[in-house]
Design a protein around this ligand. Sequence first.
Ligand code: COA
Length: 216
Amino acid sequence: MTRLTRLTRLTRLTRLTRLTRLTRPASSWRERAREDVAAVLLRDPAARSRLEVVLVTPGLHAVWLHRLAHVLWTSGPAGRLPARLVAHWARRRTGVEIHPGARIGRRLVIDHGMGVVIGETAVIGDDVLLFHGTTLGGRVVTVDDQRQARRHPSVGDGAVVGAGATVLGPVHVGRGARVGAGAVVLVDVPDGATAVGVPAKVLPARLQVPQEPSGA
Ligand SMILES: CC(C)(COP(=O)(O)OP(=O)(O)OC[C@H]1O[C@@H](n2cnc3c(N)ncnc32)[C@H](O)[C@@H]1OP(=O)(O)O)[C@@H](O)C(=O)NCCC(=O)NCCS
């Protein structure tokens, strides 16, 4: 092999390695899928095996389909309709409606699934647990000036939202916070605090919240 050929091959290899590094996500789809399954096993006492979780957990299917829809949504204007179609199909299959624009962290567990609604500008951190019937919705019912605005809640790492709870508007549910079943949350919930009732009242914080937030 001549020196020139070797040099050309080396340059190509370096370019390829750089490109792979740039395009590779923080972790592969397979790794993310594995940790999603592990998260369900950890948080759902009724789940017995990985196979069972993969086959019959609608919340997990909804999260996986959302990942696909979100990639399409963020790929540009041409991806918007396909993204909405994937989300629509996911809703029919799982009973969970997640707008493809919603940003969702790692290891989200949606227990039971049915009736969960997550709006377009919602942001969910890592290790969040949502029960069925959770709504992360907009508070204002008119569309004027609302299309571009952030109008949905953000939920911090490790937060839990109970069955049938409704969180409305661009409020923040803090890291490690808990929203009681059936609550209607209209104000921020501090890290580690519990909010219950309609409208939700925030009880004093009792939990030690972990460090290193994911940004949600
Ligand atoms: C809020 C929740 C997380 C409990 O948190 P906690 O810190 O252990 O709170 P406690 O049980 O000590 O209750 C604190 C107070 O809130 C009240 N409370 C608890 N959950 C409530 C709820 N969902 N709605 C209204 N009040 C509630 C309690 O009665 C108690 O009131 P008191 O101090 O006047 O007696 C829990 O009750 C809850 O709602 N979990 C959701 C779980 C779920 O959705 N499961 C569905 C499985 S299918």
